[in-house]
Design a protein around this ligand. Structure first.
Ligand code: GLN
Length: 533
C-alpha cells in the first residue's frame, strides 16, 4: 500500500468559519477521486469528551457506532463521505492529558520529567498515526483558532509529523477569512496575513489557503495574499459563501482545490466522479413544494443543538422532493392553553432527544395533540418517553404515569433506569451508548419503513421502556414493534390506528446521509407531505 497522506486543516482569524465542513468537503473530494480516507478531529479543550457539555454551549453530541460521544463535526464527516467515525476519530486535550497522566501514575515514564514536548505531543502524534493505518489519506482537523494558547501542543505535534514523514505525505491547509469592509468598499487581506504569520512562527508553512469570502477573490487579491503567505497563487483558493453546505465540495473542486491537493501530495486520482453528489444537489436546489414540521424541544433556539436531526429532515425532504420548513417550538410554550393555534398549518410533529424535566409537560401535550388529531408524530428517545407517558395517562387512564427520569416516586413509571429493569444485565453501564441491534415485528410501520427484520441504530440514553407496561399498552393500541434481541429491551413503539406515529429509543438522525437518507425520516416526511391539504 502507498504511504498514507496526512492533510491538516487549521483555522485562523476567528472561529465559526466552517472548518469542519471544509474538512468534510475535502474528504468528499478525495473520495470522488477514489481514495479511502479517514478523519480525525483534535479539540484543544480540556473536557475529556463533549458528553457532559451543554448543547447550548457546544451543540449536539454526535454518537458513533462504537459509542463515542464526539464533536458535532464528526457528523459532517460522516454525512459528506462514506466514512464511519469511531472512538479513534476525536481526541480532546483532556483525553490526551488523561492518557499521559495515567501512564505517569503507572510509572511508564521511568522517572523522567513528564512534559508537553515530547510526552503530550507524542500522544497526539500516536492518535494521528493510529487513524492513518490502512487509509490512503487522513484528514485531521484542529479545533480552535491559530493563536490560542491551548492549541499549541496540537500544532507542535502536526509540525513534527511534517518533519518525520516524506514531503509528499503531508499537507497543511489553513482556513481564513477575507472580509469585505463596507466603509472602505474593499476586501481586506490583513487578518489572513496575520494568521498565516502566526502559523509560520510556530514553524508551519501552510501549503494551501482556503479563504472564506462573500464573493470570489479577484486575481490581484489572490496575488497579494500569495505573496505575503509565501505561496504560489494557485494555492490561494476562494471559499465563497453558499446557500447549502453540501454544495461546498463541488465549489472547491471547481476552484481547483482538488487538483492542487493531488499535485502537492503527488497523487493521481483513481477516478473523478462527483456525479451522484451533483445530481443530488440539483434536486435539493429545485424543491418547490413545502411541508411544515414542528420540532418541540428545549434547545430549539440553538441551531447546532439538533444538527443531525435538521440534516436528516432535509435529506428526507429531498428524497420526497419537498422543502422541509421547521417550526421550532420551545416546549415550555405548550404547557397551557389550546394548542390548535400553535399547530395551525403544521403537517407533522417531532419531539427530539433531550435531558431533564424542563418542558416535558408541553411535549406530552404535543404528543397528545398529534395522536388525537391524526398528525404524523415522530418521538426520538425523549420523544418516545413523552408519547408513552401520554398514552399511559390518557388512554390507559394511569393518571400518575411518568418516567423515572422526571418523577422517580411515581407509582406508574413507564420508563426506568437501565439498572432498575428486572432480568436485564446492565453490564455495569448506566448509559446506553452506540449501536445496538433491533428486531422488527412484521406487519408493523417500522418493518414497512425499513424493509428488513434486523436493524442497527445508535443510542445515547439512561432510561428504558418499562416492560411491565408492555401488555397493557399493547392491549389499548400502542404496539411494541422493535426489540433489542440480546437484552430484550423495547426499542420502538407505534400506534397502529394512526397515519404515522412512532417513538424510538435510538437516534436515527445520526445515520442519515444525503445519498442514503434515513428510511424513518423519509417515511415520516412522506406522510407529512401526503397530509398537506
Ligand atoms: N433523557 C433521556 C434518557 O436519558 C433521553 C435521552 C435522549 O433523548 N437521548 O434516557
Amino acid at each position: 500500500m502507498a504511504k498514507t497522506r496526512y492533510i491538516f486543516v487549521t483555522g485562523g482569524v476567528l472561529s465559526s468559519l466552517g472548518k469542519g465542513i471544509a474538512a468534510a468537503s475535502i474528504g468528499n473530494i478525495l473520495e470522488s477521486y477514489g481514495f479511502h480516507i479517514r478523519f480525525l478531529k483534535l479539540d484543544p479543550y480540556l473536557n475529556v469528551d463533549p458528553g457532559t457539555m451543554s448543547p447550548f454551549q457546544h451543540g449536539e453530541v454526535f454518537v458513533t457506532d462504537d459509542g463515542a460521544e464526539t464533536d458535532l463535526d464528526l457528523g459532517h464527516y460522516e454525512r459528506f463521505t462514506t466514512t464511519l467515525a469511531s472512538q479513534k476519530s476525536n481526541w480532546t486535550a483532556g483525553r490526551i492529558y488523561e492518557k499521559v497522566i495515567q501512564k505517569e501514575r503507572r510509572g511508564d515514564y521511568l522517572g523522567k520529567t513528564v512534559q508537553v514536548i515530547p510526552h503530550v505531543t507524542d500522544e497526539i502524534k500516536a492518535a494521528v498515526f493510529e487513524v492513518g493505518k490502512n487509509a490512503d489519506a487522513v484528514l485531521v482537523e484542529i479545533g480552535g483558532t491559530v493563536g490560542d494558547i491551548e492549541s499549541l501542543p496540537f500544532l507542535e505535534a502536526i509540525r513534527q509529523i511534517g518533519l518525520e514523514t516524506d514531503e509528499e505525505q503531508v499537507l497543511y491547509i489553513h482556513l481564513t477569512l477575507v472580509p469585505f469592509v463596507k466603509t472602505a468598499g474593499e476586501l481586506k487581506t490583513k487578518p489572513t496575513q496575520h494568521s498565516v504569520k502566526a502559523l509560520q512562527e510556530i514553524g508551519i508553512q501552510p501549503d494551501i489557503l482556503l479563504c472564506r469570502t462573500e464573493t470570489p477573490l479577484p486575481a490581484e487579491i489572490k496575488k497579494k495574499i500569495a505573496l505575503f503567505a509565501n505561496l504560489r497563487e494557485e494555492a490561494v483558493v476562494s471559499a465563497v459563501d453558499v446557500d447549502m453546505i453540501y454544495e461546498i465540495p463541488l465549489i472547491y473542486k471547481k476552484e481547483g482545490l482538488g487538483a492542487i491537493i493531488l499535485k502537492k501530495l503527488k497523487l493521481r486520482g483513481r477516478k473523478d466522479d462527483s456525479q451522484a453528489w451533483g445530481n443530488w444537489i440539483r434536486r435539493a436546489k429545485g424543491l418547490s413544494a413545502e411541508v411544515r414540521i414542528a420540532i418541540i424541544g428545549k434547545y430549539v433556539r440553538h441551531s447546532d443543538a439538533y444538527k443531525s436531526l435538521y440534516e436528516a429532515l432535509f435529506h428526507a425532504g429531498v428524497a420526497n422532493r419537498v422543502r422541509v420548513i421547521l417550526e421550532r417550538i420551545d416546549s415550555d410554550s405548550l404547557a397551557g392553553g389550546d394548542l390548535s393555534g400553535q399547530f395551525r398549518g403544521v403537517h407533522a410533529i417531532l419531539v427530539p432527544g433531550g435531558f431533564g424535566i424542563r418542558g416535558i409537560e408541553g411535549m406530552i401535550r404535543a404528543a397528545e395533540f398529534a395522536r388525537v388529531h391524526g398528525i404524523p408524530y415522530f418521538g426520538i428517545c425523549l420523544g418516545m418517553q413523552v408519547c408513552t407517558i401520554e398514552f399511559a395517562r390518557n388512554v390507559l387512564g394511569l393518571r400518575d404515569a411518568h418516567s423515572a427520569e422526571f418523577d422517580p416516586h411515581s407509582s406508574q413509571r413507564v420508563f426506568l433506569k437501565l439498572h432498575e429493569l428486572k432480568n436485564v444485565d446492565t453490564l455495569g453501564h448506566n448509559m446506553r451508548l452506540g449501536a445496538y441491534s433491533c428486531i422488527l415485528k412484521k406487519n408493523s410501520l417500522a418493518f414497512r419503513v425499513y424493509q428488513e427484520e434486523k436493524i442497527s441504530e445508535r443510542h445515547r440514553h439512561r432510561f428504558e421502556f418499562n416492560p411491565e407496561f408492555e401488555y397493557m399498552l399493547e392491549n389499548k393500541g400502542m404496539r411494541v414493534s422493535g426489540k433489542n434481541p440480546e437484552r430484550n429491551l423495547v426499542e420502538i413503539v407505534e400506534l397502529a390506528d394512526h397515519p404515522w406515529f412512532l417513538g424510538c429509543q435510538f437516534h436515527p438522525e445520526f445515520k442519515s446521509r444525503p445519498l442514503q437518507p434515513h428510511p424513518l425520516f423519509v417515511s415520516f416526511v412522506g406522510c407529512a407531505k401526503r397530509g398537506r391539504a
